[in-house]
Ligand binder design. Sequence first.
Ligand SMILES: Cc1cc2nc3c(=O)[nH]c(=O)nc-3n(C[C@H](O)[C@H](O)[C@H](O)COP(=O)(O)OP(=O)(O)OC[C@H]3O[C@@H](n4cnc5c(N)ncnc54)[C@H](O)[C@@H]3O)c2cc1C
Length: 368
Amino acid sequence: MPTKTSTPQTDALVIGAGPVGLFQAFQLGLLGLKVEVIDVLPQAGGQCMALYPDKPIYDVPGVPRCTGRELTSLLLEQASPFLPLDQATGQRPNLHLGQQVDSLTQFDGGWQVGTSTGWTCQARAVVIAAGAGAFVPRGLGLAELDGARNLSHRLPGEFDEAAAAGAEAPAWAGQHLVIAGGGDEALAAVLHAAQAEPAHRPARLTLLHRRDAFQAEPETEAAVRALIGAGAVQLVLGVPQGVHLEGDRIEALQLLGADGLAFDLPLDHLLVRLGLSPKLGPLTQWGLALERKQVRVDTATFASSQPGVHAVGDINTYPGKKRLLLCGFHEATLAAHAIATALNPDAPPHLLYTTTSPVLHQRLGVQG
Ligand SMILES: Cc1cc2nc3c(=O)[nH]c(=O)nc-3n(C[C@H](O)[C@H](O)[C@H](O)COP(=O)(O)OP(=O)(O)OC[C@H]3O[C@@H](n4cnc5c(N)ncnc54)[C@H](O)[C@@H]3O)c2cc1C
């Protein structure tokens, strides 16, 4: 283990806090290893939270039915002994959210990880649980919007109920807010903005979509249609073609209407709500053997082609691979055992049961 540096150090670092990454943290902790987990999203849960939080899952063993959100909450609770919740801050200090792992570099004794926020950590082993890649908000496809000061993708305090409760007025309070999108995320944002307390509401609210048809839950659509009918929300139909900028501020979007005519939509703040899409991004630069953008692994240890780097869940590939939660949980278990054996070669190799082992009870903080 390296010591001549102030960079934080850990036994194992997990890239991705999706369902498999969370279970990986649990399995590593159970085997007595110190673990850190990183995810680019502001909340844990990966696809379960980003793509289907309220849809039911029926094939998790022993759980006849649970939603993506419920499964995430159960996995976090299960991993809590090793990703403990600080009651004072409401955060889990070794679960690092809202930062993308950009670099993975080898040194004598392990791997150094660097993130988009400048955080670095050294680990003796790394587990990539990156699913289909880092989830990033979909944009309007206009490069000129990059870095604009009055562009957002998230609502204040989104994914963080504690922060939402004490949230300050959003950047668009008292301004003309344009929300782009036609799905649940966009329509929910319209309701959020329109129904906020008066000091947090925009002075004018516009919903921009390419056509007069939405893909949202019927109740959400009905509520938004009622606001449009009452004149509280203006519906503008058009396809963004360009931007008028004043320095780093968007002054207006240039749109093409269904009649083929171009027009400008002036705005004070643009909230783009087109969902999330996964980007493999930096992972392709880490020198791993890939096959169709997935990490090739050995199915006994889930080791990649790089020593000390494992890959579990949707990101890996091997003969017979199935992208299912159950398979990811199995992979995480075998990866944890392989890592524990590699890091502690003198430890007794026998298997301990959570039902009967006092050692595991102590790690879990439970009475036998
Ligand atoms: C609509 C839908 C329904 C599904 N239903 C079922 C079902 O019923 N049963 C079932 O078994 N499976 C189901 N699945 C599949 C299941 O959701 C996936 O198998 C599972 O989410 C994979 O988990 P994971 O942790 O490997 O990856 P993910 O859930 O994709 O999580 C990966 C995480 O890694 C993060 N990440 C990636 N790269 C980086 C980086 N460089 N830095 C920081 N963070 C990074 C991502 O942001 C993400 O949060 C469903 C999938 C979908 C889309």
